[in-house]
Write a protein that binds this ligand. Structure first.
Ligand code: NAD
Length: 441
């Protein structure tokens, strides 16, 4: 049974509201943190080993310690709630059902970072959630946990919710900051990182919703206890949003010691694949991370079981591994067509490219066109090589990681499922009439 830290009270009716949240220990971690020095809070977060839960897995404590502190310049915490990665919906769950966990995490984090005005930037498509968050903010304010002189400590904090307008690129932290400042969400070059020059050129920490929520249990149980959960550099718990061909789609909290096999087949999590179908492949970290075929998903290349954590999923690099990413776990059964799936993702990235960098603007459209051709049975063998070549020329050649995110799924699909691409080229007549299933060859 996995340990629950974030979702331990999620089942309690009314936990969305301050009164119930408080009755079950809510804001006690904030009370504890506000009695500590900001350095002590930072130390707990560092010791916890918490890694950014948005996808990059960058150590949160280290990011916080990079925050510049020039005299007289305000600093900000910005929560990235622009969760738009296909397959990823764990932040939505946290904000919808446990908004006070996020607000409490923001209070502790803002206090530690010295931010008096913090923001939640939320994706436009989550249209019903800002009201939930704003209600929670009002409740916390009425109870003295936000506003002026919080709990008599002299610390002031205001939190504002900013709605995005539906662009995936605004989840990239610098595009998010541009958008928050009222401009088109074009990513900025890094460095300088937001920790040095962020919102309105002020030092800013941008953290994912789940990362900030995790600060609550870290303060509650202490960084050292938090670090004992999990394994190696994959400490604490991780929320996984599971979808695709599984019996029980949903959001699960895991402690990163379970195997991928257990996660897919155990009744505690995904509950197996419907209709007794076989597992074909999985994308374990949201659509941007490489797809992995079943044989490499259940075992590493050395025959070790593959675990649901940062290191094990990445084992072997992109040749045999993948990434934990944002924890958007997409399962494909034996009937799914990888070419069709890859084309769908290519269409998404082409649509979402901001157009700033030529390799991404032109390359994503080109990849989509070729994939469409191959998928319809109108492709040639050389198109597969051309596709490989284009993705190589996008990766690493753009300002932000959207280019990489568009290239990696294509690269992994060709690397692991080239036979499926070739089947499409060799069987044009079947492409139009069948589900291009693996059973056909
Ligand atoms: P990144 O590695 O560039 O940065 C991670 C974080 O660490 C950033 O906040 C960055 O500012 C900070 N950082 C890194 N080096 C630093 C330094 N030297 N000084 C100060 N701060 C530093 O990654 P990224 O571009 O922020 O994120 C990419 C990831 O986002 C991908 O791996 C993907 O999984 C994920 N993603 C998630 C979603 C979602 O909906 N959750 C959507 C798209 C992509």
């Amino acid at each position: 049974m996995s340990k629950k830290l974030l979702l331990k009270n999620a089942h309690i009716e009314g936990i969305r509201y301050f009164e119930t949240y408080r009755k079950h220990g809510g804001y006690e971690a904030a009370e504890k943190a506000l009695k500590m020095s900001t350095d002590e809070v930072l130390e707990e977060v560092k010791v916890s080993g918490l890694r950014g839960r948005g996808g990059a897995g960058f150590p949160t404590g280290m990011k916080w310690s990079f925050l510049a502190k020039p005299e007289g310049v305000p600093r900000h915490l910005v929560v990235n709630a622009d969760e738009s990665e296909p397959g990823t919906f764990k932040d939505r769950y946290l904000m919808e059902f446990l908004p006070h966990l996020l607000i409490e995490g923001m209070l502790i984090s803002s206090y530690c970072l010295g931010s008096n005005v913090s923001y939640i930037y939320i994706r436009g498509e989550y249209s019903w959630i800002p009201d939930i968050l704003e209600e929670a903010i009002e409740e916390a304010k009425a109870a003295g946990f936000l506003g002026k002189n919080i709990l008599g400590t002299g610390y002031d904090l205001e939190i504002y919710v900013q709605r995005g307008a539906g662009a995936y690129i605004c989840g990239e932290e610098t595009a998010l900051l541009e958008s928050l400042e009222g401009r088109r969400g074009n990513p900025r070059l890094k460095p300088p990182f937001p920790a040095v020059k962020g919102l309105w050129e002020r030092p800013t920490v941008v953290n994912n919703v789940e990362s900030i929520a995790a600060v609550v249990p870290i303060i509650e149980i202490g960084g050292a206890e938090y670090a004992k959960i999990g394994v190696g550099r994959s400490t604490g718990t991780k929320l996984i949003s599971a979808c695709g061909n599984i019996n029980k789609p949903g959001v699960y909290e895991i402690d990163m010691t379970i195997t991928v096999e257990e996660f897919i087949y155990s009744d505690e999590y995904c509950g197996g694949i419907p209709n007794g179908k076989k597992l074909k492949a999985c994308i374990p970290g949201g659509s941007s991370v490489p797809i992995v075929p079943a044989n490499l998903l259940l075992k590493t290349i050395n025959g070790e079981p593959r675990y649901m954590n940062y290191e094990s999923l990445a084992d072997g690099g992109f040749a045999t591994g993948t990434m934990m990413g944002s924890g958007g776990f997409i399962v494909l059964d034996e009937d799914q067509c990888v070419v069709n799936h890859t084309m769908t993702l290519a269409r998404f990235y082409n649509h979402e490219s901001c157009g700033q960098c030529t390799p991404c603007r032109e390359g994503t459209g080109w990849m989509y066109k070729i994939l469409k051709k191959i998928e319809k049975g109108e492709g040639k063998m050389e198109d597969i090589d051309l596709l490989w070549d284009i993705q190589r020329k996008i990766e690493g050649n753009t300002i932000c990681p959207l280019g990489d995110a568009a290239a990696w799924p294509v690269a992994a699909a060709i690397r692991h499922f080239r036979d499926e691409f070739e089947w499409h080229v060799n069987n044009p007549e079947l492409c139009l009439t069948q589900n291009y299933g693996i059973a056909n060859y």
